[in-house]
Design a protein around this ligand. Structure first.
Ligand code: AKG
Length: 373
């Protein structure tokens, strides 16, 4: 698996990334047109592609890019809001385990902390592992606002600005166009991908963490609040991989939580454990394919990944089985994003899995954004 150097010893980025950028753009524009009849990723039902070209491209390739989905003013409003939330409410060092990582230590970092589990319907802050010490305190010389990895996972619940966007009519319309009938929002998060220290996000499928039964129904809505490019860590997707099935799950560990009412639980065991479903496992699961770093990232292209560069305000939408990742941001430019994750609700016969990490307190339900009328 590719090993990335730590930021302090990282190679500087090649100064000309334009060929990487144009290779990505040309691969995206040469994806084949959808067939005349499409099949919904969500339900498997068929429809004439000409009746819904956006859904047809989404179902064929596993993503849809809505350019200029938000205005510069909306993006600036979300950036500003997060800046004041973090400066008022984040106190580095008050929560020992509050770092976020997606490498081989993910199970340990996100599987041993009530602060993570309790973020389900709150706004909790998670630092970049390289910005804080073992006690979660800022390392000398690190500026607080530049140390954050992400904030989540209930921004849409508790905050006015993020709720307004999450429940906006344009979100309802887009999600309905792509085939969701009773969408509810289990999760939202704000990712900072800070200049110079923003870590990679390793290859994964979102349904690993946001699992539904009896079928997968997760939809990710990834909104670029700054321009996201190959220089500052844009998303890379593997077109068509959404049809390959779920490879892994991140489960609550019954050994830790015990049975009904927590009986028989052993708090010495990890809270969360990964379960591998794919056989054989994909070589880059929870990692980056060999040759991903440094650019020109030949290993990513060789394995079918394509960079999706976005302008601030563009929205990239993809189902929970699409393989995706992002490289670190060693540039001097920030790359903030706001993500929503939806699933189908009970009205469509879909249930949230009880073994997912994210669970609401008894009696509280996920926010619905069902299209009115
Ligand atoms: O923003 C990133 O770099 C990764 C985000 C991601 O993987 C997700 O939203 O599922």
């Amino acid at each position: 698996m590719a090993q990335l150097a730590s930021p302090s010893s990282s190679p500087s980025l090649p100064s000309d990334l334009s060929s990487l950028s144009s290779r990505g753009a040309s691969l995206l524009s040469s994806l084949p047109s959808p067939p005349a009849t499409s099949f919904s990723w969500l339900t498997g039902s068929s429809y004439a592609s000409s009746s819904n070209p956006a859904a047809a491209a989404f179902d064929a390739h596993g993503f849809h890019l809505a350019r200029s989905f938000c205005s510069p003013g909306e993006c600036a409003g979300m950036i500003e809001r997060m800046s004041s939330l973090a400066s008022e409410s984040w106190h580095p060092g008050s929560e020992k385990a509050a770092v976020f990582r997606t490498d081989e230590r993910q199970e340990e970092a996100q599987g041993s902390s009530d602060y993570f589990l309790d973020s389900a319907n709150a706004c909790h802050f998670f630092a970049e592992p390289s910005a804080v010490d073992e006690g979660g305190r800022l390392k000398p010389g690190v500026e607080k606002m530049l140390a954050l990895n992400k904030a989540g996972h209930g921004l849409h619940v508790g905050d006015e600005v993020f709720r307004e966007y999450s429940t906006s009519e344009k979100i309802e319309d887009l999600v309905a166009t792509l085939g969701w009938r009773d969408p509810v929002i289990p999760q939202s998060m704000y990712i900072f991908k800070q200049p110079r220290i923003g870590g990679e996000v390793t290859s994964h499928q979102d349904s690993c963490f946001l699992h539904t039964e009896p079928r997968q129904s997760c939809l990710g809505l990834w909104l670029a609040l700054h321009d996201a490019t190959v220089e500052n860590g844009c998303l890379w997707v593997r077109p068509g991989s959404h049809g390959e099935g779920l490879r892994r799950r991140f489960n609550r560990n019954p050994g830790h939580f015990g049975g009904e009412g927590g009986e028989g639980g052993d708090k010495g065991q990890p809270q969360m454990v990964f379960e591998t479903l794919a056989s054989p496992p994909v070589a880059w699961e929870g990692a980056l394919p060999d040759g991903s770093w440094p650019p020109p990232s030949e290993g990513l292209f060789r394995n079918g990944f394509v960079p999706v560069e976005c302008k601030a305000g563009d929205l990239l939408v993809f189902p929970g089985t699409l393989d995706h990742l992002s490289l670190p941001n060693y540039s001097g430019k920030p790359r903030h994003t706001f993500q929503l994750h939806l699933v189908e609700g009970p009205g469509e016969g879909v249930e949230w899995s009880g073994s997912n990490w994210l669970q609401y307190p008894e009696g509280k339900e996920f926010m619905s954004i069902k299209k009115r009328g």
